[in-house]
Design a protein around this ligand. Structure first.
Ligand code: AMP
Ligand code: MG
Length: 344
């Protein structure tokens, strides 16, 4: 994650003197670059100043979270902890780490916030990509173990060599914080796109759900999803990868092999009330692969998913049957619906 490189704010709501009815459907919006990705914020406030203030506060919140959580910013709390320094976490960082560690446990380490030494060895932090050899991977795997992270109150202790990377959950958490901020400001309709994460507060001002496009792994769109009051977060091999000698190496690492996850999946989208849950689970279910992911969903059923496989099949959970349609190049592809196991 890098510091904000630029931001362009388009506060339409405050700039246009329109009739009240039109104003209520005119959003305040902003597009910024943060957490290594483009973010778009759209807030419907009434009066419109309420929306533009909320957008400004949301930008400050994102900047603040980035300052705390970045693995590359030498002043961030996570950077300092990774380098054996002062490890008293501020509240948002503590809350995020506590929730993330729970997800590491629940996913049995498919999500592992200590995978950073491997992410770095493969070059994903600097974009200087390389394929580490087996002995290097084996030696780094010794430092991948979320259960060795000790969080006591706000005091974080990392054993020598263990380093944190909250990149798999930070944007989801940021989405939750933005929803909280909007709600507290009395907003009831907003949508944010934080890279591959989309999170909505309520529905559109006219009461209809937002229609969110699901990106196709090979470009274009794969589907359209109706979303209201929830987060939809996608982890995809196509989002970040490099190729060497005809092999593709993706940025999602299987913490048990130390290598990019190869499970025949092209992407996993999780739809859940919490952005943090959706973000953590999208990464984890990508690592698990289809069968384990389906079993995991049957156990919990507190989220929905859309999986796109490399052989171009779409798999969705039952709750999305009326909310998701394949689209564009995927329109004629097979769509399988996963249902809870029958009770005997
Ligand atoms: P996401 O895009 O949310 O799936 O997160 C992927 C990012 O999280 C990668 O770019 C890495 O920085 C980091 N990461 C990769 N694999 C894992 C993993 N298995 N558990 C936790 N973080 C990971
Ligand atoms: Mg994620």
């Amino acid at each position: 994650m890098k510091l904000l490189r630029f931001f362009i704010i388009l506060l339409c709501g405050t700039l246009c003197g329109c009739a009240a009815a039109e104003e209520s459907s005119r959003p305040s919006s902003a597009e910024i670059f943060a957490m290594d990705t483009i973010m778009k914020l759209t807030v419907y406030g009434q009066p419109p100043e309420k929306g533009s203030d909320a957008v400004q506060n949301a930008i400050s919140e994102i900047e603040n979270l980035e300052r705390l959580l970045s693995v590359t910013d030498e002043n961030s709390e996570i950077y300092r902890a990774n380098h054996g320094q002062d490890a008293a976490l501020s509240e948002p960082a503590r809350e995020l780490l506590e929730e993330a560690l729970k997800l590491c446990m629940e996913t049995e380490g498919a999500l592992d916030v200590t995978v950073y030494p491997l992410v770095r060895a493969w070059g994903f932090t600097t974009s200087e990509y390389r394929v580490p050899d087996d002995p290097e991977i084996a030696s780094l795997l010794e430092y991948v173990d979320w259960s060795k992270v000790s969080l006591d109150g706000n005091r974080l202790t990392l054993p020598e060599g263990i380093e944190l990377d909250l990149g798999a959950v930070a944007k989801g958490f940021a989405g939750d914080k933005l929803m909280e901020l909007f709600r507290e400001a009395g907003i009831d309709s907003a949508i944010v796109e934080l890279g591959g994460n989309v999170q909505a507060l309520g529905a559109k001002p006219d009461g209809s759900p937002w229609r969110v496009a699901l990106q196709g792994p090979e470009g274009g769109y794969a589907g359209v999803l109706e979303l209201a009051g929830q987060a939809a977060v996608t982890s995809g091999g196509y989002q970040r990868y490099f190729e060497e000698n005809g092999e593709r190496y993706i940025h999602i690492i299987n913490p048990s092999t130390g290598r990019p996850a190869e499970t025949g999946l092209a992407s996993v989208t999780i739809i859940a009330d919490s952005g943090l849950q959706a973000d953590g689970l999208s990464t984890a279910l990508y690592v698990m692969g289809r069968e384990k992911a389906e079993a995991f969903w049957r156990e919990r059923q507190d989220f929905e998913f859309i999986m796109l496989t490399e052989d171009r099949t779409a798999i969705i959970t039952e709750g999305l049957e009326d909310k998701f349609q394949l689209y564009d190049a995927w329109e004629s592809r097979p769509l399988e619906v996963i249902r809870p196991a029958p009770a005997f």
